[in-house]
Design a protein around this ligand. Structure first.
Ligand code: S2G
Ligand code: ZN
Length: 458
């Protein structure tokens, strides 16, 4: 292997320049584990190409050397998708172009390595915004969010990244470049190859540029934090608000009591509401005249049995209220080892699923703490299990079975990565998985892109 690495290092240095190659063991370490510190692996080396053409050359050289390639953007993924296993790590951080906004089409093309925050800054200067937002915005990249079809809090209003992507440029496993960046609303000239790569998690191609649809937020936004005595009540409020407010509802996220407690401890925050509530709903309402929407909001919350509400319509007030939701992931992570299970559950089954989740985890690990939070109006719950002696496998099996029993999905927005490959058969038929394998074989015949991810190698 050493001779291959020495040869590869020379060839890659010739493409990207030696300073954009990392071979030193120490320097490689930050790229060899993930945000949750659950996944670890060895990088043969890391390479940071600066253009689509360079990515194509890098992939061709790696393919010729028979070496696997894993793509890494901000490394904020939660299923081990970007952690190498004796592979070359292809860093997207130098794919950082911010093209001028196409204001006629209300679209913009950016490099895959551009962080969500940088893309937001770029378009907000023109009063526009991205239709997807999530807490990891300072590190999560547009390429990684596209590759995982990221969701986030605004999905209930604007959809996931799949709805935000108007086109993309990708390099396939063998170095071929496919570019579809025109952003035309209607373009049925052949299969929609770009659409196929959204959610492919770096296993079908390397996304190098993404064309995004932009939105113009309504002029007024209001955030309300509402407390409820049960998840049934909180879910009823979220779904009724979605039906009665329609496009005026931009978000309806949920945090349970355990989640609020962890955030308050970590961020040293006062209680969000005058009345201690076990179930928190964080709602974002937007419109040209938000005042006119308040009667519907308060009527709906009352009918659902709200115990207390706190509202804010100025930027700092809104951000303060969102903190009770946005800081949950970080506050859980600070507790140590956690098992994260991101699932979609049919809306009607959410309260039952949550109750059964507590029972199922208690059976597997009585010492565990369960935190449930997420994008309630989407039916997307993030089940997080903290325990001093965490048994990932047993927790995962219990939760996977529960999700399947409720006809949910074992992955709502985080993807499969390494973590959930063996859960696929719970929710996908053999023929379905065989079709996925056929696509993988067609686009990455050597099977070197994102090996071991999504589909176990046969
Ligand atoms: C969120 C982050 C990860 C998790 O905060 O919406 O997607 O499952 C999650 O805790
Ligand atoms: Zn989420």
């Amino acid at each position: 292997v050493n001779t291959i690495i020495v040869e590869l290092t020379k060839e890659l240095a010739a493409i990207v320049g030696r300073p954009n190659l990392i071979v030193d063991r120490e320097a490689l370490m930050p790229f060899e584990t993930d945000y949750t510190r659950r996944w670890h692996g060895e990088a043969l080396l890391a390479v940071a190409p600066s253009s689509t053409d360079d990515v194509a050359r890098v992939l061709s050289v790696c393919q010729a050397a028979g070496v696997g390639v894993v793509v890494q953007g901000g490394n904020t993924g939660l299923v081990g998708g970007a952690v190498p296993a004796d592979e070359v790590v292809l860093l997207t951080r130098r794919l950082d172009v911010l093209e001028p906004i196409d204001s006629l089409a209300s679209q913009v093309t950016v490099g895959a390595g551009v962080t969500l925050e940088a893309a937001q800054r770029h378009v907000r200067a023109d009063g526009l915004d991205l239709p997807v937002d999530l807490a990891a915005r300072s590190a999560a990249t547009i390429g990684g969010m596209t590759a995982t079809n990221a969701g986030g809090a605004l999905a209930v209003r604007y959809g996931t990244m799949a709805a935000a992507v108007a086109g993309m440029e990708v390099v396939l496993g063998d170095g071929k470049i496919v570019s579809r960046l025109s952003g035309l609303l209607k373009d049925t000239a052949g299969y929609d190859l770009a659409r196929l790569l959204v959610g492919s998690e770096g296993t079908l191609g390397v996304i190098t540029r993404v064309r995004l649809r932009l939105i113009r937020h309504p002029t007024q936004r209001l955030v309300a934090v509402a407390g409820f005595g049960s998840l049934v009540d909180a879910a009823r409020a979220a779904l009724t608000l979605r039906d009665r407010l329609g496009p005026s509802l931009e978000a309806a996220d949920y945090v349970d009591a355990a989640g609020v407690r962890l955030v308050r401890d970590r961020r040293r925050l006062p209680p969000p509401l005058a009345v201690e509530s076990g179930h928190l709903l964080v709602i974002q309402v937007a419109g040209e005249d938000v005042e006119s929407l308040l009667p519907v909001v308060s009527e709906t919350l009352d009918a659902a049995g709200v115990t207390a509400v706190s509202v804010a319509d100025d930027t700092s007030g809104r951000e303060r209220l969102w903190t009770y939701r946005e800081a949950v992931n970080e506050s859980i992570g600070a507790q140590g080892l956690v098992h994260k299970f991101d699932a979609s559950i049919p809306l009607g089954a959410i309260p039952e699923f949550a109750a059964e989740t507590h029972e199922a985890v208690a059976l597997v690990d009585p010492a565990a703490t369960v935190v449930i939070y997420g994008h309630l109006a989407d039916g997307n719950l993030h089940v997080n299990v903290l325990s001093p002696d965490l048994d990932h496998y047993r927790v995962e099996q219990a939760l996977g079975q529960l999700v399947a029993q409720h006809n949910g999905s074992i992955s709502a927005e985080h993807g499969i990565g390494i973590a959930k490959r063996d859960l696929l058969t719970l929710v996908r038929s053999d023929d379905d998985i065989a079709a996925m394998r056929a696509v993988k074989a067609a686009l990455d015949p050597e099977g070197l892109l994102g090996r071991h991810r999504v589909l176990r190698e046969e």
